[in-house]
Ligand binder design. Structure first.
Ligand code: CIZ
Ligand code: SF4
Length: 319
């Protein structure tokens, strides 16, 4: 504990010294979330992280999250130095959608508007017409559908089919998935709900359809935290990365939160629902990158300019 406190002090001092701002995702370690908040940085979802990073005056941003979040920050602010605690922190959606295969898929369907999720590489975003996050994907697809557009969607198939069902849009789906959300189990969730009949079920739409179907609220991380705070219930079953529980408990003191079941036995698998790449962000490697200035994110400038058009479309739509 003393060691932890010393590391946190070191990080606070280094952030000041290097005039750096810490931007953290809801899924990273609670200590990092707290540090981001108390030092004037931000803790949020990927949409807000992107916007905050762009608008923050700091010359250096430290992004505690996964690689695509660092890349998005760099694309929006090429003049800033973007550092990450661990450059190997990736995402199964990003890994499952290689840029060359994706470009070939797009080339086969030139009549479709290409909409990609934030959880993709800069090169994939560069090939897209729009980038969306889970908080705004539904609205943007609805907007495109109303204009009569046919859509090519990548990479998350669960989020894609959820949006497809909600909007009725013509969507061709890339078959990617998030290794964390894909593990939530519908049958086991049904049994857990029977144990807690008054519980409300909060589900991120990267989860399988039979889990989404049992939700009281389907939404992005920020939307699920809002639901936990505002809904008139005391118990919630939460189907998203359990890093979010830190913020949910703070936003809704006195309420009770239960991890939705993964792999069959939630009692023996308390941390199944936690992203191994988000977990690579820690106090030690955060302190080290601040000290040494290594682990800088670079994006090819031309790829970045192309990708920025797709991101700016979303940000303009959201504004
Ligand atoms: O699953 C993720 O990585 C999410 C929810 C990212 C985000 O904040 O949109
Ligand atoms: Fe990717 Fe899933 Fe991890 Fe989010 S939780 S970064 S979608 S693997």
């Amino acid at each position: 504990a003393a060691e932890k406190a010393a590391l946190k002090d070191r990080i606070r001092r280094l952030l000041k010294e290097k005039e750096a701002t810490l931007v953290a995702h809801y899924y990273v370690d609670a200590d990092l979330q707290d540090l981001a908040e108390e030092t004037g940085g931000c803790v949020s979802d990927s949409l807000e992280m992107a916007r905050f990073g762009r608008d923050n005056p700091a010359k250096t941003l430290v992004v505690a999250g996964v690689r695509f979040m660092g890349e998005t920050a760099k694309i929006l602010s090429p003049e800033k130095t973007i550092l990450m605690p661990d450059l190997d922190a990736t995402c199964s959606l990003d890994l499952g959608c290689p840029a060359d295969e994706f470009a070939a898929f797009c080339d086969q369907h030139p009549d479709r508007t290409v909409v990609v999720y934030a959880n993709t590489s800069a090169a994939v975003k560069a090939r897209a017409d729009w980038m969306v996050t889970s908080s705004i994907g539904l609205d943007i697809v609805e907007h495109l559908h109303k204009q009569g557009k046919k859509i090519l969607w990548a990479p998350d198939r669960h989020l894609g089919s959820y949006i497809q069902k909600k909007t009725g849009a013509d969507m061709l789906l890339w078959q990617g998935s998030c290794l964390v959300h894909d593990e939530f189990k519908g049958v086991e969730l049904d049994l857990l709900r029977a144990e807690y009949p008054d519980a409300k079920v909060l589900v991120h739409p990267e989860s399988p359809a039979n889990v989404v179907a049992q939700a009281d609220v389907v939404g992005s991380t920020t939307q699920l935290i809002d639901a936990a705070r505002t809904m008139d219930a005391t118990t919630f079953i939460v189907a998203t990365d359990n890093g979010i529980l830190h913020k949910m408990r703070a936003a809704a003191p006195g309420k009770h939160f239960i991890d939705a079941p993964t792999a069959g036995n939630s009692a023996t698998c308390k941390s199944c629902a936690h992203c191994p790449w988000m977990a690579m962000n820690g106090l030690q490697n955060l302190a080290d990158v601040l000290e040494k200035g290594h682990n800088e994110i670079h994006v090819d400038p031309e790829t970045g300019r192309q990708a920025k058009r797709a991101i700016d479309r979303m940000l303009d739509f959201a504004a």
